[in-house]
Design a protein around this ligand. Sequence first.
Ligand SMILES: [Zn+2]
Length: 103
Amino acid sequence: MKSFHVDDVVGKNVIETTGMVLGRVKDVVFDVSSTVTLIVVDSEGRERQIPLSKVTGIADNIVARSDMTSGLNVSASGLECQFCGGVLMEGQRICPACGRAQV
Ligand SMILES: [Zn+2]
């Protein structure tokens, strides 16, 4: 597992698996129980917290799973599996991750 420095993530864009840009990482905070949280500021200056457990990849951008209930405007087009949270393409009715039909 590759490890990252704070400098590696601060200033990077955070993009949900649905493709929605959440914002840019402003800071990284952590507590004594090893919970790491990214502080992300969107284009309108609003801060949100993205737990590192939601992050699925760090490269040129940071990719985060989109199962946050506190999202500002999480897409209403059903892009997530109701059962496993897997990413669904628009109009997809069978989850590619768990194979269950969406109702
Ligand atoms: Zn699924």
